[in-house]
Design a protein around this ligand. Structure first.
Ligand SMILES: C[S@@+](CC[C@H](N)C(=O)[O-])C[C@H]1O[C@@H](n2cnc3c(N)ncnc32)[C@H](O)[C@@H]1O
Length: 244
């Protein structure tokens, strides 16, 4: 089995388990206190169903990285149970649209249920891999992601797909796990677990090089978060622009 399909199978198995058992201890922070720790606003917490927040596996807060103007179309890569999809839907309003994409079928169903329970009519959730997005060229204004891109061995494809579907002037705002450059680790093999936000992490400079390699401009790591998934990883936020 190649690394990509082995990684996908591990990801689907772990995130199906999370969709079924949101209160289970997976060894990393999640839930409403995780959302609060990243500065998710109380007004969002109050407006959205309380059950939604149990699933918050955020490693940072993409909503601190730029504006989300009313009427925008937002795409969330690896949306999980739909926390960021629902927050984005509140921000862009009924004149905007939010599309979530995830590879784990039960997460897709869970995100659809949460958007429906929240009474959000401007949300669509699609089952697909981030490496081949089923969307037209230049069809979205803002791409967000939270703790998902590290989970694919094909990050170049993810950034090139993100670039393709963004409109000129569109923004990429995401949080993800990165490898700490000050901690020595062994090279990961295809046998390592890809689902736990450790094996697939890259160092900051390497991730930035991939974003720039996909033709994004103004790529920057905005900062690190308190989130960890192992002694060798840390959460970080990134932003970049598709120049006009
Ligand atoms: C750590 S969870 C984060 C979920 C959500 N963004 C949040 O903040 O709660 C990562 C999600 O990315 C999805 N994912 C991982 N690799 C993917 C891929 N290659 N294509 C699509 N989704 C993927 C998983 O199924 C999972 O739901």
């Amino acid at each position: 089995m190649n690394t990509t399909s082995s990684a996908s199978q591990q990801v689907i198995a772990l995130y199906t388990d999370l969709a079924l058992h949101p209160h289970k201890d997976f060894g990393w922070d999640k839930g409403i206190e995780n959302a609060r720790s990243h500065g998710y606003k109380e007004e969002w917490i109050k407006q959205l169903p309380i059950e939604l927040w149990d699933y918050c596996a955020a490693v940072g807060n993409p909503f601190t990285l730029g504006e989300f103007p009313a009427g925008s179309t937002v795409l969330d890569l690896g949306c999980g149970a739909g926390v960021d999809v629902c927050v984005a839907a509140l921000l862009v309003g009924e004149s905007g649209k939010v599309i979530g994409v995830d590879i784990t079928p039960l997460m897709v169903q869970t995100a659809r249920r949460h958007a429906n329970d929240a009474g959000l009519n401007n949300v669509e959730v699609v089952e697909a891999g981030l490496e081949a997005l089923p969307f037209d060229d230049e069809s979205v204004d803002i791409i967000i992601s939270n703790g998902a891109i590290n989970l694919t061995p094909s990050k170049e494809k993810v950034f090139s797909e993100a670039f393709r579907v963004l409109r000129a002037g569109g923004k990429l705002y995401f949080a993800d796990m990165i490898k700490r450059s000050d901690v020595k680790t062994s090279v990961c093999s295809s046998q390592d677990s890809w689902a736990d936000c450790v094996a697939g992490t890259l160092e900051e400079a390497c991730l930035l090089a991939q974003i720039i390699g996909a033709r994004f401009s103004e790529a920057q790591c905005v900062g690190h978060t308190h989130y960890t998934t192992s002694a060798s990883t840390i959460g970080a936020t990134f932003r970049a622009v598709k120049k006009r």
